[in-house]
Design a protein around this ligand. Structure first.
Ligand SMILES: C[S@@+](CC[C@H](N)C(=O)[O-])C[C@H]1O[C@@H](n2cnc3c(N)ncnc32)[C@H](O)[C@@H]1O
Length: 242
């Protein structure tokens, strides 16, 4: 089976040669302008299907507010701002994303969710959030982002640095399927194409292993099957306390 998977992956890689060339010539950057439009539409569908899971997850955010203080949330890879409706009213949100073209959609989400106060939108990658002070935020949020970052361990180090002691990292991420399934087979075979479609997204990541190794004091992590297409069905959800 492993041999068949490698042959099929090779074939898909060959079919993706035009896409590899487009990227090598630097033209793939054009897609970054259009990706926010695709994501905007997909996010509406994702939020509908994952409404209960997100509601459950983000309910715990308020537990990390300091007594008498305002809850400060830093969202990494915020995209179109699809998580804003789930945040507790009155909290302060700092949003970041390396793709500046999300700004237009983000503005709309901010206007629709004026129960929150927005500190700023920072164009930055999760691996290098240098302009955010250490120990400064109560919660960090990533949803469908650790599948796209270039370096998960470095991103988790940055998250731990920015969280105040006792603060928590909230995550909801799709991950690789069980190795005995067809989903695992097709995740690997279709990965070369999916990478371009998903703006650098990888469906074959064992993200939970990085979270387990990241040195958080308490990790609440569950594996769930999301009501989504097989490629992005296996998810992990939970939070990790600094
Ligand atoms: C699938 S979208 C998810 C967006 C949003 N979090 C959501 O749940 O709808 C992936 C996001 O990760 C961002 N991203 C890609 N590479 C990143 C990196 N190295 N650091 C932070 N965010 C990144 C993308 O720009 C995009 O906004």
């Amino acid at each position: 089976m492993a041999f068949l998977m490698e042959c099929c992956t090779f074939l898909v890689n060959v079919l993706c040669i035009p896409l590899h060339l487009i990227q090598a010539m630097g033209l793939y950057e054009v897609y970054k302008r259009f990706f926010p439009i695709c994501l905007y539409r997909c996010s509406i569908m994702y939020n509908k299907k994952m409404y209960d899971k997100k509601k459950d997850l983000f309910r715990s955010l308020s537990e990390f507010k300091k007594p008498g203080g305002q809850l400060t949330i830093l969202e990494i890879g915020c995209g179109t701002g699809t998580n804003f409706p789930f945040y507790p009213p009155g909290c302060k949100v700092i949003c970041t994303d390396p793709n500046r073209h999300f700004q237009r959609y983000l503005k709309t989400s901010m206007e629709e969710n004026d129960q929150l106060s927005y500190e700023r939108f920072l164009v930055a990658s999760g691996e290098d959030m240098g302009s955010i002070e250490s120990d400064s935020v109560d919660a960090v949020v990533c949803t469908l982002v650790l599948c796209s970052v270039n370096d998960i361990p470095q991103t988790l180090r940055e998250i731990r640095r920015m969280l105040r002691p006792g603060g928590a990292f909230f995550f909801l991420e799709h991950v690789v399927a069980d190795a005995s399934t067809w989903a695992y087979f097709f995740q690997h075979v279709l990965q070369p194409f999916w990478y371009y479609f998903g703006d650098g997204c990888e469906v074959t990541r064992e993200t939970w292993k990085h979270l387990e190794a990241a040195g958080f004091s308490d990790l609440r992590l569950r594996h769930i099957e999301a009501p989504l297409m097989f490629l992005i069905k296996p998810h992990i959800v939970g939070y990790a306390v600094k």
